[in-house]
Write a protein that binds this ligand. Structure first.
Ligand code: C5P
Length: 316
């Protein structure tokens, strides 16, 4: 039976601005996403049984439709019934390293890997644009996860415009294992408090997205100016998550006190990341934060920005 092994990287949001709401209940966003080298491993193999089977080394994670990776495979069977009939079912094995429900797109990246893996397994030859279109059906962050690197995401987050990739920026990621923030709650609360700031007409939305595209963060990325990128970090969802989750605020403050270039919550949290000058500083900051917040529930990772999304590492 043929099989592929893929690496599915986590992402952080260097920039997340909520600029409006939408009739479908989602929000209009302008985000700048960055892949990092903290990856889950996904093995995808053809199966003799005509079913989708997901296995995962984290027992708490659902292995049925509750798992985005399962839904990604199911979508492929629906979109390509002839290939499904020809090649049979798929066995998906997920080895998790990315913290779950963290604002790091772990589940989204797994789903993106399943789309890429099944495309290969079934010899579909889908283009990146076709894969991104399928990904958008499953979730707002999944199209970015396909190609990864550094990119602007607009609309619900599903419209991707790649930027010059940021290589080798060292970042410390922190998350309390037992702390979860509901993404729908974060957006709903933001809307309750800030709806008066929303742009309503298509022209204003397009202009705002264009302004970010030609704004200081993208300029800093173009010039690969890490210190300036760190100064321009932005996430509107901090306005609702930090007041409600003191532990997230404490992580932000502890990173800032450790002298990092910049720190911000990722996505709807509760992960917080810090941009460092060097790998050495990142390792030192990690130890300092572990020492300051001596709590076994706290997970810390030193990661690095990468220029790719889903990668196929082996095939057999
Ligand atoms: O698309 P995804 O399933 O990742 O979104 C999770 C939730 O986040 C949505 O149900 C919605 O409440 C919120 N969301 C939003 N606007 C976006 C993306 C997500 O309101 N652009």
């Amino acid at each position: 039976m043929r099989s592929y092994t893929l690496l599915a990287p986590a992402k952080i949001n260097l920039y997340l601005e909520i600029i409006g709401d939408r009739p479908d209940g989602y929000h209009e966003l302008v985000m700048i996403m960055q892949s990092v080298d903290l990856c889950d491993r996904i093995d995808i193999a053809a199966s003799s049984q005509d079913i989708i089977r997901v296995r995962c080394d984290v027992p708490d994670l659902p292995t049925d439709r509750g798992n985005l990776a399962y839904r990604a495979a199911e979508l492929m069977t629906q979109k390509f019934p002839e290939a499904f009939a020809q090649y049979g079912g798929v066995d998906i094995t997920i080895q998790k390293r990315i913290p779950i429900a963290a604002g790091l797109a772990g589940g989204s990246s797994n789903a993106a890997a399943v789309l890429v893996g099944i495309d290969l397994l079934w010899n579909l030859g889908l283009t990146r644009a076709e894969l991104e279109e399928l990904a958008a059906v499953l979730g707002s962050d999944i199209p970015f996860c396909i190609g990864g690197g550094t990119a602007i995401a607009t609309g619900r987050g599903e419209k991707i415009a790649p930027l010059k990739g940021l290589d080798n920026i060292y970042i410390v990621l922190a998350k309390y294992r037992s702390l979860e923030v509901s993404t729908p709650w974060a957006y709903k609360t933001y809307k309750q408090q800030f709806e008066n700031t929303y742009l309503r007409d298509t022209n204003s939305l397009t202009e705002r997205a264009a302004a970010v595209h030609s704004g200081p963060m993208v300029q800093a990325i173009v010039h690969q100016d890490t210190a300036e990128i760190a100064r321009k970090l932005h996430n509107d969802l901090e306005k609702v998550v930090l007041p409600a989750y003191p532990q997230v605020l404490q992580l932000r403050e502890t990173f800032a006190n450790a002298g990092v270039l910049g720190t911000m919550m990722s996505g709807s949290g509760p992960s917080v990341f810090a941009i460092c000058e060097t790998q050495k500083q990142a390792e030192e900051v990690k130890l300092q934060v572990l020492h300051t917040i001596s709590d076994e529930d706290l997970q810390l990772f030193v990661v690095r920005s990468i220029k790719n999304g889903i990668q196929v590492t082996s095939q057999s």
